[in-house]
Structures are given as C-alpha cells and as structure tokens.
Ligand binder design. Sequence first.
Ligand SMILES: Nc1nc2c(ncn2[C@@H]2O[C@H](COP(=O)(O)OP(=O)(O)OP(=O)(O)O)[C@@H](O)[C@H]2O)c(=O)[nH]1
Ligand SMILES: [Mg+2]
Length: 455
Amino acid sequence: MERNILEYVRETKELLATSEILGAQTARAAALQEKLEDQSITVSVIGQFKRGKSCLVNALLGEDILPTGIVPITSAATKIRYGEPSCSVRFFNGVVKEVDEAELSHYINEQENPGNLLGVDCVDMTTLSDFLKDGLTFVDTPGIGSYHKNNTDAAYAFIKESDAVIFMLSVDSPINEIEIDILRNTKEYAAKFFFAVNKIDTIEGPDQAAYISYCRNLLCTLMGVDDVVLFPISAKEKTGLEELKTALNRDLRSKVREILEESARLKLKDIIANALSQIELYWKVLLMPPAQLRGSLSDLKTMLADVGEETKQTVHELEADRDIIIPGLEETLKVKLNEFKMQLSSGVTRIFGMDYHYELPTLKEGEESKGAYRLASELGREYLEETDALREDLDKTINDVLMYRNNDTVDVVNRIYTLNKMTRTLKRTARILQGVEEENPTPSTHPIKMTNLCP
Ligand SMILES: Nc1nc2c(ncn2[C@@H]2O[C@H](COP(=O)(O)OP(=O)(O)OP(=O)(O)O)[C@@H](O)[C@H]2O)c(=O)[nH]1
Ligand SMILES: [Mg+2]
C-alpha cells in the first residue's frame, strides 16, 4: 500500500464518528490509532484450556505471578507491561480496583470467581521483568473449549486485540477441532505466530520427534505455508524457553513496524466489516414492516418505563435516609449509572438487533470524594435526573432513526445519502486493504442517481 495504514485508520475513525450509530466501531478505530501511534505490540498466549499458558507466562517473566492449576483456572485476560509493580482489576461496569498481586487469584481464577460472577473484564499489571522492556505488552488469556463457556468467550474477545500470538499446544493431546478453530479465528487478527509445544518433559525422545513432526505438517496445512517453526518447551521444567525468547526478541523487537502495520490492516478490515453490518442492521430497522416496528417500539417504551421504575425505587429507598450522609454513596451511584447504561444498550440490542453502546467512564473504586459530604437525598435526586436524561436521549435517538422513514423531508434524503456515501467509502477502503483495488483510481464520471440511494 502506498499510503500509511495510520492514515486509513484515522480517516476511517473520522468517517465513522460522523454517524450516531457507529459508536462502538469508532471507539475501536480510535484505540487502534492510539496503538499505532504508541508503536506498542500486544503478544497474547492463546490456546485450549490446560495447555500451560499461565505457566509459560510466569516462566518467561521469571516470576510466579499468575495462578495455575490442574483444573480450568484463568477466567480473564491479564495484560502485563514493564513498570514498577502494580496490579489493577477492571470490571465490566467501568470500575477499576487496585489490588495486591497476592489477591489476583480471587478475581481471575475460575475456581474462586466461578462464572465470573464478579464481572471482571481484565487485569492490568506492571512488573520490572526485562523481557517486557521496549513497549511489549504480554497477555495471558483464558483457556478455550472447557465447560466454562465464559472463559472461551473472554479469550475470543481478546484475540481481536492481539498483534502477535504464542499459540500453545501440548504433547498430552494432538491438535484437535477446537484448536483448529482458534487458529482460523486468530489468523483474522494477528500478524505473527509462534507455535509452542508444551509439556515436552512428559514424553521421551523418539515420541517427541514424532509428535513435533506430526504437528509441523498439520500446522503447515492449516496456515497455508511450506514450513513453520515449533518450539518444544516445558514451562514447568523451564526447558526450551531460551530458544523461544530468542525468537520473540528477534522477530518482535526488530519488526515492530511491520507487525503493527499488518495487524492494524487486519483489525481495520474487521472494524469496517462490523460497521457495514451495523449499517445493514440499521437499514433493517428502517425497512421493518409497520406492525413489527410498532411491536418493537412498544417493547422499547416498556423497557424504558421498567428501568425508570427501578431507578425510582432505588431513589425512594435513599429518601428514607434523606438527611443522612452515607460514606461511599456517590461512588456507588456512579457505578449504578454505568450499569444503567449497560442495561439500556443491551435492551436496544435485544429489541432492535442493533448494536448500541454508551461510553462507560472508568471509575476508581473507593476514591475519596473531593467535595464536601453530600446528603443521600441530594445524591438520589441527581441520580434520578441523570438516568431520566439517558432514557430521554435513547427515546429521542430511536425516534431520529424513525425520521429516516419519513420520505417527505429533504433532511431524510440527505441522511440516507450520507449513509450511502459512507458505505461506499468503507467498502472501497476494505477493498484497498485487501489489495484488490487501486489507491488512486481516476474519478468516476457517473453522477450518483437519487434513485440509487437505498442499498
Ligand atoms: N508436566 C508438565 N506440566 C505442565 C507444564 N506446564 C504446565 N503444566 C501443568 O499443566 C497444568 C495447567 O497449567 P496452566 O498454566 O494453569 O494451564 P493454562 O493453559 O493456563 O490453563 P487455563 O488457564 O485453565 O486454560 C498445571 O497443573 C501445570 O502444572 C509442563 O511443561 N510440563
Ligand atoms: Mg491459565
């Protein structure tokens, strides 16, 4: 590509930001732009459950940071960067809690936090391991394919963020369907692969050679290449790690730019594909038969009324303590407001099949309120006002969407025109990213016909 991938990411982000329905993809494009500007590489260890991923991360860092075990363990991704030791848990509701490293297991161990009841999104850690120097972010992901589906979902969600991947196999089970599926999926997002075959300490020389040769042949077929390098290791006995480290140092640190560009190209393609399907869904809502639309609108009104009632109930309970100052109440209500936004988003997705996201502010748990202490009744009233504003905002947005159906106004035609223009630009960028379209073709001489406005 002649133009820099960063330019495409920036342009796409600006284009997506002009539409009120593409908030989630705009946020992804913004994060991608930031990552490219920072030149930081994310390397994830991924694979089926119990392959020894967490053991490998501990061994590479030279510290037993992550919980490991014989039963399914890791339930959330842990991102580890270079820096003075720190550890914080990020929850889905936007709360970030600083924790002691020794407490980590309480949050990301399937056995201690079953089904991720605590709602942990991921963990951010920093440690002074030399291996992490030069902007490398190392990630331990949950195991895929165990009975605990939440771990599989969390791992797949994280694969999208990886630039390079250590794909973890193990000699105790030959490559299976689940692993083939993980590999197929990861190829869509990651630019560089390292294949590690773990638990090599459990088999003898001739069996090792036969196993490695079998894996190599199969991986060549799956990756569509003539050769792949495999790293036989024992994360437990700490053997074979130097070879893997040398390859990681050589291939990652010296090729940061190439890897990031290739990874950004794959990710931008995915962002565009998601944005296009979002626009398609939007059209579906617009073209819904009137009876179905009436049903969906009435479901929306019911949903908004229900959440409104719940909020009133919460505030009513606070009113009982109206003249009391309750420590920590302000923070609790901020968390509740984030949860309220998540509730509205999932309601719209359920009713209209349209992805809808509010930005969730990151909240530090237990942070001392800077201002004076406030009465419970005062905070309750503010909370009610904010949730009412959110409900009205959602009602208005959906009504704006319906305005598209009113064929009389010039405004409607303009908006449809803009959406179509956006669709064409996104499709063209996707084709350039795939290398099937020139970057600077001669401009089309055909004017756009108003009769071609609908996709
Ligand atoms: N013999 C042997 N056992 C290992 C090796 N590496 C890991 N194990 C064992 O394999 C089990 C699983 O290790 P983990 O690191 O928890 O595996 P994981 O892939 O992170 O597991 P999940 O997070 O549940 O997906 C533990 O009992 C480890 O002691 C190895 O190289 N050799
Ligand atoms: Mg693990």
